[in-house]
Ligand binder design. Structure first.
Ligand code: GSH
Length: 256
């Protein structure tokens, strides 16, 4: 696949963006990544796609906004290594799981994670701006007193009750995965599908998988270690790590 025709506009780390990266890498699609800084990204995304959220995938002239739309476009254009089950009932089940996780779980996990990340601004800056030059990182870090309340609001960190609800929803999502994974080790049918990719991506921030696209910058502050420790013993955490070990390919992104 020629490189210049596939460009992923993304945030570093970021679990919805991880869904798109995993889809591209699963399909073996060579692509370029434009990594935006949260905050300054908004204008560029709005111009490109008419909305501000990442991920956005430019694929052979078409602009696809949102992780589910991106996986759908990839599945249509690159049917090899299918992510959608062939059986219509299984496919509907897999897509329904994706819809629920996209709508609720990704949002809740993000609120839970940001409630801690906002207390660790150097770590937050390293996570989202670590790929930038030192002066840009310093500038980004310097804007945090202004940006922090905006980031908090945008990520649902609006008070103790909201954060508690987010942790509860996160816990229920982990319980769902532990309950639903069948004897095959997969959520739907007996093969890796969009359901597994979606759930593993959106829960990855809870387990720090050893993949360069998602692992926390090291060393991790004690508060981040404590956040991860909350989930470490859950069977779904082991399942997420297993999906990464067995089904998360190395990046197909080309350096520019
Ligand atoms: N439902 C969307 C959610 C995307 C989303 O919430 N993206 C976040 C990063 S995790 C974002 O770009 N937020 C900034 C914004 O919306 O301007 C998807 O599945 O892609």
């Amino acid at each position: 696949m020629p490189d210049a025709t596939v460009v992923l506009h993304q945030f570093a780390s970021s679990h919805y963006n991880e869904k798109a990266r995993w889809g591209l890498d699963w399909k073996g699609v060579v692509h370029r990544r434009e990594t935006h800084l949260p905050g300054p990204h908004a204008l560029a995304m709005k111009r490109l796609s008419g909305q501000t959220a990442t991920p956005v995938l430019c694929l052979e002239g078409a602009v696809n906004a949102g992780s589910a739309a991106i996986l759908d476009a990839l599945e249509a254009r690159f049917p090899e290594r299918p992510l959608y089950p062939a059986d219509p009932a299984l496919r509907e089940r897999a897509l329904a799981i994706q819809r629920d996780f996209d709508a609720e779980v990704g949002v809740a996990v993000r609120t839970a994670a940001f409630s801690v990340l906002l207390e660790e601004r150097d770590h937050l800056c390293a996570t989202f701006a670590g790929h930038r030059s030192r002066p840009v990182q310093a500038l980004y870090r310097a804007t945090f007193p202004v940006l922090a309340p905006i980031i908090a609001k945008a990520n649902g960190v609006t008070g103790a009750a909201a954060v508690e609800r987010a942790f509860e929803r996160t816990q229920r999502a982990l319980d769902f995965v532990a309950r639903e994974v069948g004897p095959s080790g997969y959520l739907v049918g007996d093969a890796f599908s969009v359901a597994d990719l979606c759930c593993a991506s959106l829960l990855a921030i809870l387990v720090d998988p050893p993949h360069p696209d998602m692992s926390h910058p090291k060393p991790m502050p004690a508060r981040i270690e404590a956040f991860l420790a909350r989930f470490a013993q859950h069977p779904a955490a082991a399942w997420v790590l297993e999906q990464y070990a067995r089904h998360r390919p190395p990046s197909c992104a080309i350096a520019v």
